[in-house]
Write a protein of this length. Sequence first.
Length: 314
Amino acid sequence: MNPSTKSAVVRSFAKVNLILDVLGTRPDGYHAIESVMQTIGLHDTISLTISEGGTIRLSCDVPSIPTDESNLAHRAASVLFESRGISPGLDIRIEKRIPAEAGLGGGSSNAAAVLRGLDRLLELRLPCEEMCALGARVGSDVPFFVVGGTAFVSGRGERVDPLPDIPPMPMVIVKPPFGVSTPWSYRRLDEMRAAGDQSEVTGERETASRRIVEYAGFRTLQSAVCSLRSLLSNDLEAPAIEQHPEIEEIKATLIASGASAALMCGSGSAVFGLFETDDRARAAADSFVAAPPCRPCLVFVTRTVTREEAVRIE
């Protein structure tokens, strides 16, 4: 893309949490987390056009997606313009492929894509740290999507430490025909822990997220799969499975279909499975389409992507 042009098309990638540790409630009411997040190839497409008039206009090809100030992409543009003291007109067009209420971070990814695209269009050349700070004003996961790739995320999600990219790994995403409310998941986890049904991570215990950082230097797919198989975990799975046992069925079906490991995505409801070859991933996806454990499931074959791929603007 020519930096002098007034239009840009930006890919907005989804993510999975290879690890999600919920540490407890912070004084500000948010939950403190530690997580290892990974960008994946499933993506929306964001088209940005600078125009006259000083108004942000957003459209989307999925009617259920809000197009007003509540949309994180709209909010990201507003925050950036406010920070620079400017008010250009902007048209945002979102072509959605990342399903909503899946734990894949679609809204936050859209917001980060808008920040990256506007940084290029307006020739701002913002440092990554400043763009992450702007993203944190929009949503907890936005800073991760500014950085992309494989990263250790902490705080409420605003602290992002890049890790070496894991090797490209085939993946199948299965989204069941229901969503899981993120606020509900955290509340229910708190209730389960208070009742003694789930253990709570304390500052005295090394989290799974910190353990996986020790393995972040693996260089081959085989070593990555072997390491991740024993390390994958998600504290929000238990409340989600309690409400929707189908999530556990999807995980079991992925494993039976050849996945080396399977885990719920973020706060749910989607589940991902890791595979050693593209052929095995495609065969597993075909089996889900033919006989899903719950209907109608959305099934995607994708892979992990590197940091360079995740933030590239063509």
